[in-house]
Design a protein around this ligand. Sequence first.
Ligand code: BGC
Length: 409
Amino acid sequence: MKTLASLLTATALTATSAQAVDLEVTHWWTSGGEAAAVAEFAKAFTEGTDNTWVDGAIAGGGGTARPVMISRITGGDPMGATQFNHGQQALELVEAGLMLDLTDVAEAEGWKDLVNPSSLLDSCTVDGRIYCVPVNIHSPQWIWLSNGAYEKVGLPVPTNWDEFVASGPALREAGIVPLAMGNQAWQSNLAFDAMAVAIAGPDAWVDVVSNKNVELARGDVYAKVFQAAADARSLREGSNVQDWNQATNMVITGEAGGQIMGDWAQGEFAVAEKVAGEDYTCLPGLGVNEVISTGGDAFYFPKNDDPAIEAAQKELASVMMSKAVQVAFNLKKGSLPVRGDVDLSAANDCMKKGLAILAAGNILPGLDQSLSPDAVGQIEDLMTEFWASESITAEDAQSRYADIIESAG
Ligand code: BGC
């Protein structure tokens, strides 16, 4: 016969396991490096709590994934947690009351004192309440170069954008595509934006995207950026790939000289067992201005009536912010952690460059922190057209760009 004590224990156990939740987490991390990184979150959540991570990867990049995520949340079929970029992408959902308030977790764990830079937590904050957990700092302003391609043509690896442009003809002659670029709107815009920071300079860039300085966007400084981008169009000819990681792969194999891409590209080099400084070279700020922007990824937790789900959501938020998980995830992701009190001795050369720039405070806001999703979308459409066809002149593109900035302001 069971004793009362053992019955009570059994009941307690049943009660605990009844609370265990299968939590679906959506994100757009489907490349090799991204999958390796997100597996660290899944492992920590499933092994470290009673709950189970149910992976809801959506292929095709953020531009494809975000509309799916948003329509599930607004359509009454919310997932347990979902990725968005830092900034305004989820603002309307928060304002509509659809996201769980995480302020109690954030206060209990002292996120305000931990998260660096504080702009990351500000991006999660609406009317004084915290609605997301920032998980990383990603900067898009990098160029990734194939040391092997330069060895093949007998040129030193470029140290900045101008040297890269100058190396284009030699690469082309050797059958190497100078600039790998995937054919998706966000990638076209990322390349333009990184060039704007390098050529117009970080202050001008902030003035245009954050302060909506239309005169600057219409003026000579930005004319130089558009001209440089128009010139760079020919460098990407022959880059017939769609996804960003396919373009990164062209750099890994030496089929291409370089790619302008965010520091998540590091994850692909790592999976391919390539060594920074030996097999490839990374230049933050395209080697012109050593800056990074502090965009990246944050997780939001759509509201749910079930208290067990809510408890699991808060546990996941806490796991994502924890020291060990910040290190394990970010080392694989190629991003910087959101807290400064973690041990990053295992960082590679590129990540060390990023950390030094962050420590020096040479940081910019992310594009999604500066402009609404609607304005970003309009610029992405323009950039898709501009990079794809020589028929849009630098002047036309500049004037359309300035119009978008003007209406965003
Ligand atoms: C995200 C990165 C991701 C990249 C490519 C960006 O929007 O911030 O985490 O690796 O998209 O998928």
